[in-house]
Write a protein that binds this ligand. Structure first.
Ligand code: ARG
Length: 468
């Protein structure tokens, strides 16, 4: 094991077990690009401010770029014995360029360095998550646009309730994911303050230019307080929180997919490429992708929980506990991206069984409210109409028929207000097309919703396409 950079203060070598325990390189190595980029800008600032010479800054930049390209090409492997990515890069730089490398860490600490690296890393991740959510939204709205007249039962308590359309149902998810996009945008906006220059916790006596480094690294401004700069992990928690909510939405959709492709529903059929078979039961076609999405949601919620609990008791400023932030947030984002990448093509390739959706509307009295509403429109108070319809439903349950199958004479016995036109009024398609209220399932209402969604999604797309 090579000597530690901080070895001067110590008389004994670090125990090998402590080194392994302490080391974060196996997971923070993925931030090497951010680390190197941050260091280059820091060195340039030091030279501009006359803190180091221009010549040293040039050597540092050149050395760091060579470290970067060697890592990228696989020529330079991460040393598992290194304490972390920051130490690894600096040690490698100094090994390559000598004395000048030792000047890089002036007016800086690993505390502001790690906060910077992680923020830059997550800033990019938020963007790539947003791009994947936008693809999912495009898929959902495209399927919806084809199914504005595909009637299916809407459920409450998983009991058939009132008819909706498949488009209306999918648009409900599109609304959820649009809110998630807004939260991603908000998370990105909250990441606009640069921690670099906070140093260990209390700033520095060197005449640094924090606005210069902030701007060069794509931030709006430096963060306003050096203690907060090194101890803030809100941006990590916010990213994990949006990831957990996104996963929760994906999980609800996954649960419905699982139900819909069961023989009990058969509303959809997954493409063979997105389903799996059983090792023993030859007839099986299992929705593993959807089940895994539902299962992985637990992990991501756990990641968010781990972050919140890890932070809740920490005194200012930096504490080593915070090193635990990375594995949790990396796992949350990796898992989310994996799920999004698989769910979108699964939806795009599934077959929609319109006949079965309509057939499901014929059972379960999804038109009962519409029968009551029919009587109300003829002048009856709603409560009375509700009671009469309830009695008719009870009778149908006993005889195993639907409301639409009751003869007019029977209906007239219940109320004189019933006429021949009731059958049209309680037809599932009529029930849906009459629900024209804003946000409702009528084809025109859903088409208006799709237009508004399209406009909002275009705005989101534009925001996230802006390069930082
Ligand atoms: N590997 C550390 C982390 O991820 C970097 C910061 C270390 N700072 C320190 N003072 N030991 O948090």
């Amino acid at each position: 094991m090579s000597e530690k950079m901080w070895a001067g203060r110590f008389s004994a070598q670090e125990d090998k077990r402590v080194n392994d325990f302490n080391s974060s390189i196996r997971f923070d190595c993925r931030m090497y690009k951010q680390d190197i980029k941050g260091s280059i800008v820091h060195a340039r600032m030091l030279a501009r401010q006359g803190i180091i010479s221009g010549e040293d800054a040039d050597k540092i930049e050149e050395g760091l770029l060579s470290v970067m390209s060697d890592i990228q090409s696989g020529k330079l492997a991460f040393d598992p014995a290194a304490e972390d990515i920051h130490m690894f890069v600096e040690a490698e730089l100094t090994a390559r360029i000598g004395e000048a490398g030792k000047r890089l860490h002036t007016a800086r600490s690993r505390n502001d360095q790690v906060a910077l690296d992680l923020k830059m890393y997550l800033r990019d991740e938020v963007k790539s998550v947003a791009a994947l959510v936008l693809e999912l939204e495009e898929a959902l709205t495209a399927i919806a646009a084809r199914h504005t007249r595909t009637v299916m039962p809407g459920y409450t308590h998983l009991q058939r309730a009132q008819p909706v359309t498949f488009a209306h149902h999918l648009c409900a998810y599109a609304e959820m994911f649009l809110r998630d996009l807004k939260k991603l945008k908000n998370a990105a906006e909250n990441m606009d303050e640069c921690p670099l220059g906070s140093c260990a916790l209390a700033g520095t006596t060197y005449p640094t230019d924090r606005m210069f480094t902030a701007k060069k690294l794509g931030f709006a401004r430096p963060c306003g307080n050096s203690l907060d700069g090194v101890s803030d992990r809100d941006f990590v928690i916010e990213t994990a929180a949006v990831a957990a909510l996104l996963m929760t939405h994906l999980s609800r959709l996954a649960e419905e997919i699982i139900l819909w492709c069961s023989w009990e529903f058969k509303f959809i059929e997954l493409d063979d490429a997105f389903a799996t078979g059983s090792s023993i039961m030859p007839q099986k076609k299992n929705p593993d992708v959807a089940e895994l999405v539902r299962g992985k949601t637990g992990r991501v919620i756990g990641d968010l929980n781990a972050l919140l609990v890890m932070m809740k008791g920490l005194p200012l400023a930096y504490d080593k506990d915070m090193q635990e932030d990375k594995e949790a947030v990396f796992d949350a984002v990796d898992t989310l991206k994996l799920c999004l990448t698989t769910v979108t093509p699964m939806l795009q390739s599934m077959k929609v069984n319109e006949q079965n959706m309509l057939a499901a509307c014929k059972k379960g009295f999804v038109n009962a409210t519409d029968m009551a509403d029919y009587l109300v429109k003829k002048g009856m108070p709603f409560r009375t109409a509700y009671k009469i319809t309830g009695t008719l439903v009870a009778e149908c349950v006993k005889s195993g028929t639907g409301l639409e199958e009751l003869p007019l004479e029977r209906l007239k016995k219940a109320s004189e207000l019933f006429g021949e036109d009731v059958y049209r009024a309680i037809d599932p398609l009529t029930c849906v097309t009459k629900r024209e209220s804003e946000g409702g399932p009528a084809p025109e209402a859903v088409e208006r919703e799709l237009q508004t969604l399209g406009k909002n999604l275009a705005e989101m797309k534009e925001y996230f396409a802006k390069g930082k």
